[in-house]
Write a protein that binds this ligand. Structure first.
Ligand code: HEC
Ligand code: HEC
Length: 471
């Protein structure tokens, strides 16, 4: 029956018990020891911050210590007043109530292999054949085992079911045009077949949908994990679904879904329409502020564990929570992501040296300061002067933006939090464009701001751009 360890959710009756406490199905019951005279040794002592061992030493705090989870949440919220923070402060880390009391759920799932995708193309409905939950009876011990488990979570643990993607599966050419990419092996990363809450087979979405992308690496087509899927047009995928069903679309949704464009998604819950550019994920270990508006402080891995747990909870509309051990694994996987090789530059060594000099210290590096070349602090909107909507909005706003990580920035167009600046030349060139921001309630408008490195002469501008290409 439902007998299993603290971290699995294999209960076959989970649907029936979804709305009630589910004893025997999801009770993580860590063994508590009596308080002893001598305080326990600090498990972080002697470990280099952000080393693998240091990251893993945080797992027991998150998995077994309710108070640490709650204080980890509080420490992570840059602005406790925005909706992102308020939703979490109200519901997370209360142990007996709120999200902690939700049933734990790891739904039966399977990757969208070439064979499963072909069945869609033939017009068949998905089946439950071969689906299994991602379980972990015990927390892994070694970094590599955590990472391997996290890789499965990233590609296969659905955030929720979404029917929109079926259109892209039925018509692969159309799917491809909307950014629903195939991996070199013909599978469709980011989509899975899952057993949905009603017990039926459905298409689910995972992290890989927005955070993997195809790229030629050394002439070989490769699926790069962590690369933002900048071709994905989430809005138009939705439109295609409604059109295919002949279903009416209200004018507000129509406008919204058309306005997002590729590479951007409105991931904010319940608020005004603010599409945000999908970021690359390979600099996370070095980033002290997460999200474009710096919504989260990332001084401890607990911040990422909790970010991921609450992302799943919000994605499935607060019906279930994911197994926490899988959130640690997912975070370890994210921390392990490496960028693809940097581009080789055709510029002369002298030009590259001049570019590096221009980038250094005051001009750029005072803000793009850490190893990911991101900023450790949020820059106030008055100083950065880009579009203020996300920075000052109630959803994730903090009053400013975090200096974006710049690793592999040459391949990260379009730029800025809204993804409205098409090229680096448009951001820094002497004939600086007035690019157009197409999102937001007021429709198209010019994108001002980030007035750094814009008044260089032609030679220095070329040197700076050459340097950026090597990052
Ligand atoms: C629908 C597309 C989409 C999906 C699916 C998605 N993300 Fe994201 N992700 C985004 C967008 C857009 C942002 C930027 C949000 C912001 O800045 O507020 C983002 C931001 C992030 C960040 C912060 C990165 C940084 O540099 O600050 C992390 C970490 C992340 N996502 C991890 C994940 C993981 C893990 C999953 C799966 C559980 C996931 N995302 C699923 C679109 C997506
Ligand atoms: C005062 C702090 C500050 C300085 C100085 C600064 N930046 Fe930025 N940078 C930011 C912030 C904040 C953002 C994000 C703004 C946004 O998204 O609206 C950003 C974004 C960027 C982006 C967009 C990256 C992407 O993927 O979207 C690039 C490229 C960039 N900066 C390069 C530079 C260069 C080159 C210099 C020096 C010439 C520089 N920055 C100087 C704060 C700064």
């Amino acid at each position: 029956m439902c007998a299993h360890g603290p971290f699995v959710s294999l209960c076959p009756f989970w649907v029936a018990v979804l709305w009630v406490a589910a004893p025997g199905c999801n009770e993580p019951s860590p063994v508590r020891t009596e308080a002893s005279e001598t305080p326990p040794a600090d498990p972080l002592e002697g470990l280099a911050p952000w080393s693998d061992a240091w990251v893993l030493a945080h797992a027991p705090r998150y998995l077994e210590d309710d108070a640490a989870r709650r204080s980890g949440l509080e420490a992570a919220l840059e602005n406790p007043e925005n909706l992102y923070s308020r939703a979490r402060l109200g519901a997370y880390g209360h142990v007996e109530r709120g999200w902690d009391a939700l049933p734990e759920w790891s739904p039966p799932t399977a990757p969208m292999t070439a064979a499963r995708a072909a069945a869609f193309e033939r017009g068949e409905r998905p089946t439950l054949d071969g689906l299994a939950p991602i379980g972990a009876r015990r927390a892994p011990k070694r970094w590599e085992d955590w990472r391997a488990l996290g890789e499965r979570v990233f590609f296969e643990l659905p955030l929720r079911s979404e029917p929109f993607w079926e259109v892209a599966l039925r018509d692969p050419a159309r799917g491809e045009a909307l950014g629903v990419e195939r991996a070199p092996d013909g599978s469709v990363p980011g989509l899975v077949v899952m057993r949905d809450v009603d017990g039926r087979a459905a298409v689910g979405i995972t992290c890989a949908l927005c955070h993997t992308a195809r790229q030629d690496v050394g002439g070989v087509p490769t699926l790069v994990a962590g690369r933002a899927r900048r071709r994905l047009d989430y809005g138009r995928v939705r439109l295609a679904y409604y059109e295919a069903r002949g279903a009416p679309i209200d004018p507000v949704s129509l406008r919204r879904w058309r306005s997002w464009g590729p590479g951007r998604a409105d991931v904010l819950e319940d608020v005004a329409d603010v599409p945000i550019a999908i970021p690359d994920l390979w600099g996370l270990r070095h980033e002290r502020r997460l999200a474009q508006a710096g919504t989260l402080r990332h001084d401890s891995p607990l911040a990422l564990f909790i970010r991921q747990e609450t992302q799943y909870i919000q994605a499935n509309h607060h019906h279930t929570r994911p197994p926490r051990v899988l959130m640690v694994a997912l975070s370890v996987y994210l921390y392990s992501l490496d960028p693809p090789p940097a581009r080789a530059s055709a510029a002369t060594p002298a030009r590259l040296a001049r570019g590096a000099e221009l980038f250094g210290t005051e001009r750029c590096a005072r803000c793009h300061e850490n190893e990911a070349l991101a900023g450790d602090r949020v820059v106030e909107i008055g100083q950065i002067a880009t579009d203020p909507e996300l920075a000052t909005g109630g959803a994730r706003g903090t009053g400013g933006y975090r200096p974006s990580p710049l690793l592999r920035v040459a391949d990260a167009a379009p730029y800025l939090h809204h993804g409205a600046v098409p090229t680096l030349e448009a951001l820094f060139g002497t004939d600086r464009l007035e690019p157009t921001y197409t999102g937001g309630p007021d429709g198209p408008g010019p994108v001002p701001g980030h007035e750094f490195g814009v008044s260089l002469d032609d030679a220095d501008c070329a040197a700076l751009l050459a340097h950026l290409e090597t990052l």
